[in-house]
Write a protein of this length. Sequence first.
Length: 207
Amino acid sequence: MKVKHPNRIDESRPWTEKSDIPPSWEMPRWTVEEYHRMIECGILGPNDKVELIYGWIVKKMSINPPHASAVSMLSTLLAVMLHPEYIIRTQNPLAADDSEPEPDLLIAPGPWSLYKRRHPSPPDAVLVVEVSDSSLRYDRTVKQKLYAETLVTVYWIVNLIDGLVEVYTQPRSGKYRKRTDYTAKQEVPVVLAKNTIGSIPVKEFLP
């Protein structure tokens, strides 16, 4: 994918998880509005698996069967215990000032009609989940920093490599002050807006 910006001399290119952070070459950053116009004009289409991170258009990692399975199972388990005032979104945008990540799961206050004309923003996100295998380093660094900076209160990494869930809380100054790990032999508590609504055995959603 190549996009020419009229006021910039170089071309945008996808920034992959393995690329330098930040990129070592001169590379244009795009606003959320410019990113949306690319989508509206068809410059970016459904086959362009990308998201906007800190103004860079970033190529998303491919979803393999274990990743897809974990997302589906966890989504189903969370939906059963959710209070009616909450909704769950899967692999849809979260709107921040210069970013539009697409977490694997996001829980936000409902009703659904709130998001007919806008995406949830970080204050709406009471829980964000990324399922990680090949993207583990990226989710622990870039994504974690982004979510902490935007004050997402609870961030889970479902770590498929080590078979555990990493729960990050207490965001401050661009970092999460607390990390708690839950193994396949434990249950991970589901805390929404500081209220524990239940817990889920980790083994039930690990593929």
